[in-house]
Ligand binder design. Structure first.
Ligand SMILES: [Zn+2]
Length: 481
């Protein structure tokens, strides 16, 4: 350690160099390891972490006034000896039930969808990032991240949490902003971990009800908060040491390859005819309709301005964006509303979604910049029809229909980036189908806000025919723990 301490002195002169753990950090790290089981921690061969959580969505409920709290069960298996990981997730939410498993073995990762029996390779996956959310939400696994990065740990001051003195340590985690753990000075146990998120602010992970089990300590209760708002709450947690088996790392034999995805990394402008354009990249696409002396758009992801500029460059015109149809109130789909307002567009929405849209803007928008749809509306001289439908995803959802092309533009219900095949069905999609069929429209195609492949009405029917919500695939233990 003495060499490292000399380097630490050097780093005071060259401030750009990383600081290195010195005696103060080493003493604190040793205290933490001791508190969590000492030898039992450092000699453990594997960990199995089982969680049952309640998840409180952030701007993603079916309506803005009632939170749709979902149920999540996870199992993270860490093979410390062979550097393997398996992260399984059983999720029950308004869209249905989902059971997926991501396995990291031999420096490669893949995800198995146990409901649809598909296997997809995860490109560029790193070991730390597999089940990373769970690793950060479990105090014992934070001790392992700390040990992996102990040379870079830095003391980060002291604080008093609920009347008890704590000392803090900051250290890196691959694929994440740095982590700061707050250690109880008396017990050496971790009470809290914090990290900073550029978009959302401080993320905090709070630990309590520590137990000793199998020679190690861990908190049986954890809660995760985003800028002080509760997001994930523990119902139940247990950790088993040295009981992992090879069978916990299945290779997905017999599963169908999920197939390649369309490359969406470049901004593209698709001229669909009749003055209608589909523009976007990555997971943000918009539809623009030329209404003569202005454009009407839908698809409200952030970077709306870049999409509109790409359209103007493509068409060589400078017509303004006068109206933006807001598909629904979810935080990601109103991410570009500040840009729409800056482009001087008025917002077309339903009365129920004015408040969440206003909340997404930096300053309140005048009432006369909102056009409210009551049931249905016709825009741009009949080039656009808008219908307020209700689905599992959103109680009020504005469906955009372009009669000249028999085309529907929608968000979060029916789209895919797969080069071939259909997206797996869920309750969003099946309730969307029911609502769309009830409109009795002549529909040839569907394009989505997440892009980019054109799908058809018969695709929607084929994808959703026979859909049933799965109770618990393969009788997996994770569904019932
Ligand atoms: Zn949504």
């Amino acid at each position: 350690m003495s060499t490292k301490y000399i380097l630490a002195a050097g780093s005071l002169v060259f401030a750009a160099l990383p600081a290195w753990a010195g005696p103060a950090e080493d003493a604190l790290i040793d205290k933490v390891v001791q508190a969590y089981g000492g030898e039992a921690v450092s000699s453990a061969r594997s960990l199995i972490i089982r969680n049952h959580n309640k998840i409180i969505p952030f701007g993603q409920s079916a309506g803005p006034d009632v939170l749709d709290i979902s149920d999540g069960r996870t199992e993270l298996v860490i093979d410390l000896e062979n550097r393997r990981k398996s992260f399984s997730s059983w999720n029950k939410n308004r869209a249905g039930t989902f059971l997926t498993q991501t396995v990291f073995a031999d420096d490669a990762a893949y995800t198995l969808d146990h409901v649809n029996k598909t296997r997809a390779a995860n490109q560029n996956a790193v070991f730390d990032a597999i089940g990373g959310g769970t690793v950060r939400s479990v105090d014992l696994t934070l001790v392992y991240v700390l040990l992996d990065n102990r040379d870079q740990a830095q003391a980060a001051g002291s604080s008093v949490i609920k009347g008890t003195p704590h000392s803090a340590l900051t250290f890196p985690m691959e694929g994440s902003p740095d982590l700061t753990i707050h250690i109880n000075d008396q017990t050496g146990l971790i009470t809290r971990m914090t990290r900073e998120n550029a978009q959302f602010g401080t993320l905090s992970y709070n630990f309590s009800d520590h137990v000793s089990d199998g020679g190690v300590m861990y908190a049986t209760q954890a809660n995760f908060q985003i800028a002080g708002q509760a997001n994930t709450l523990s119902v139940f947690r247990e950790i088993a040491v040295n009981t992992a088996t090879d069978a916990m790392f299945p290779d997905g034999d017999g599963y169908r390859e999920a197939g390649a995805q369309i490359d969406r990394s470049e901004m593209t402008v698709r001229d669909l005819g009749q003055g209608i354009f589909y523009v976007g990249q990555n997971i943000g696409f918009s539809i623009f309709v030329d209404a003569g002396d202005h454009y009407v758009a839908s698809g409200g992801y952030a970077a709306l301005t870049q999409r509109f500029e790409a359209l103007q460059e493509h068409t060589g015109t400078e017509k303004p964006l006068r109206y933006q149809i807001v598909t629904h109130h979810h935080s990601d789909h109103v991410g570009g509303m500040g840009e729409a307002v800056a482009l001087n567009a008025s917002l077309i929405t339903v009365a129920e979604h004015v408040a969440p849209i206003q909340a997404s803007l930096e300053s309140p928008l005048a009432d006369d910049r909102f056009m409210l749809v009551d049931g249905r509306a016709t825009l741009a001289g009949g080039k656009i029809e808008v219908f307020d439908i209700g689905t599992a995803h959103s109680n009020h959802y504005l469906l955009v229909y372009l009669p000249e092309l028999n085309l529907v533009f929608s968000a979060d219900h029916f789209s895919t980036a797969l080069e071939e095949g259909l997206p797996p069905a869920n309750k969003n999609m099946t309730t969307f189908r029911t609502a769309v069929e009830a409109l009795n429209l002549d529909i040839d195609g569907f394009l989505g806000a997440h892009g980019p492949r054109m799908l058809t009405m018969s695709d929607l029917r084929r994808a959703t025919d026979g859909y049933r919500e799965v109770v618990c695939p393969n009788n997996a233990a994770i569904c019932s723990n």
